[in-house]
Every structure is written in C-alpha cells, then in structure tokens.
Design a protein around this ligand. Sequence first.
Ligand SMILES: [Zn+2]
Length: 169
Amino acid sequence: MEEIASLLAANGAYAEARAHVADARPGRHLAIVTCMDARIDVFAALGLHLGEAHVLRNAGGRVTEDVLRSLALSSHVLGVRTVVVMQHTKCGLAGVTDNELRERTGADLGFFPIDDHGAALREDVDTLIATDFLHPIQTIAGLVYDVESGVLEDVVRWQRSLGQATSAS
Ligand SMILES: [Zn+2]
C-alpha cells in the first residue's frame, strides 16, 4: 500500500508539469513490441517522445495473440505503419524452457521462451507478416537491445514492397 501512496504522490507533481498530447495516433506511425524488463527505457533508448509510438510490453517482447490484438487497432484505427520487435540480452525468458517456467510459476501457459534471439525474432516477424489483418503495416524490424551497453543490434528487416524478411547485417 505504501507503494501505491508513493505513486499517487508523484502524480500530483507530474500532472502539473506534464506534456499534453491531444492526438491518440502515434505521431511517427510506429509501434514498439518489447520486454517488460525494468532495465529498458524504451523512449530514451530509441529517441522517442510522448505521443510518437505505441509501446507494447510483455515478458520477452514476444508476438503473442494479445500483441496481434493491439496491433490490429494500432494499424487499422491509429495509423501505425512500422513495427519494431525489440528483444534484449540477459532476458529472463532466454535459456529456459516452457516446462521450467510452468514448474516455477504453477501457471499452465505457453511462455514463449527464447533459445536464440535471431531465431525468435525471425519467428515473431514471420508471425506478423503472416497475419492477414495486419496488411496496413509496411515495415518491420527485429532488434536486440544490450542491457549492459545500451547498444542495439539490427537483426532482421522486412518491407512489404520487397516481400521476404532479410537479415539486417
Ligand atoms: Zn526480458
């Protein structure tokens, strides 16, 4: 409860000083799918400002059904044309298995564990490409963020006009 009080107190100061963005459509027509990891400051790491991008976060930064649901709205209702999937080093979902995570959590779920970032990003980009209702999306990139150096690795790119996904480097 102390934590909640601290959040409400901080909000008092924020509300007075905040930047107000009237338009709900992301100004850069951009959505970022990334991990919930507390070490990633998505806006700072990518040079983004309030109002410029949708940020969809979950464990691992994986393309799940719920990410597809959000992107359906991002792309059809709110003008998003570019999607960046950003995984990261030292991720809690890397190097573990679904079975281990089911055992640790007691939750009988698919956790989308990551064996290899390159393969996982390609899989997620392929899922986006193969999702028919996401046809407004023109450009997709898969990146890995290094939580120690802050440096991004450019792993996979796809452009609707060109068709196939390609390795970035
Ligand atoms: Zn993570």
